[in-house]
Design a protein around this ligand. Structure first.
Ligand code: HPA
Length: 260
């Protein structure tokens, strides 16, 4: 791939910064849709891989829940975030999403590249195409994630020896409360493998702006009713730690593949 594109990382719960990102500038931007969740951090990721000459890899980082992690999933201004990234010249997005595992192999701490979504959100502004339209517009969303970027994630995971699950249906719930056990059983019957609160409308808005979008999901807990453990923020944060460390390594490799 040539360096014609700029890739952004949207960090979720457990990833409010990239430790190996050397920030060149922070830009506080505004958009016709309001303010993004955080300033955009422009910078370089230094790649320190063995057998490779040191590279600097340009990227843009945004913290979906704000740097203070105080914007809940249903209050994220998804439109402003996506618009700001598009305006910054971004063409592809790696989204990091914390999720609960439903399918048996989605154990806490594991990583997943989802390939489908079912949207159960109900109160979010989910489109750019609503007012002052020349024509009614419907985007094709049959395959909600970029296959190219998803493949890049999978290839990188293999290259750096990180286990990652290929494919899975992401259930996007409204939150901010977690689900009931019966709701999880219903999601399971619907064919969902993992559940989170931030996958939508982000993926659809990316498609509306013609951004190549893919997700790395990090399993934080067994979804409601699937284990005896209470799902507390402490449990979520603890389980995310290992998964996010792997995600950081993975992002470094993905960027070096993307820009090579
Ligand atoms: N449900 C919804 N969102 C989540 C969960 C969950 O169990 N864990 C982390 N984000």
């Amino acid at each position: 791939m040539t360096k014609k594109n700029k890739i952004a990382v949207i960090g979720g719960t457990g990833l409010t910064s990239l430790q190996n990102l050397e920030i060149v500038r922070n830009e506080t931007v505004t958009t016709p849709y309001g303010n993004p969740s955080s300033p955009l951090a422009f910078g370089n990721i230094s790649s320190t891989k063995k057998n490779k000459s040191a590279q600097t890899l340009e990227t843009v980082f945004i913290a979906r829940h704000g740097y203070a992690h105080n914007i809940p999933p249903h209050r994220v201004n998804y439109r402003a975030n996506m618009w700001a990234l598009k305006e910054a010249g971004v063409t592809a997005i790696l989204a990091v999403n914390a999720v609960g595992g439903i399918r048996e192999d989605m154990i806490p701490g594991s990583l997943v590249v989802p390939d489908q979504i079912i949207d159960y959100t109900s109160r979010r502004i989910n489109t750019f195409f609503e007012d002052n339209l020349k024509n009614v517009t419907h985007i094709d969303f049959s395959y909600p994630y970029s296959r190219e970027i998803s493949q890049l994630i999978l290839d990188s995971a293999q290259a750096v020896n990180i286990d990652i699950i290929k494919g899975g249906t992401y259930a996007a719930t409204e939150g901010p409360r977690l689900e009931t056990a019966a709701e999880i059983q219903r999601l399971k019957r619907d064919g969902c493998d993992l559940v989170g609160m931030t996958g939508m409308p982000e993926a659809a808005l990316a498609r509306e702006l013609e951004l190549d979008y893919a997700s790395i999901c990090v399993n934080a807990n067994w979804a409601a009713g699937l284990s005896d453990e209470l799902i507390t923020m402490e449990v979520i944060e603890q389980n995310l730690e290992g998964g996010m460390e792997k995600t950081r390594q993975l992002i470094e490799d993905i960027l070096s593949q993307y820009y090579k």
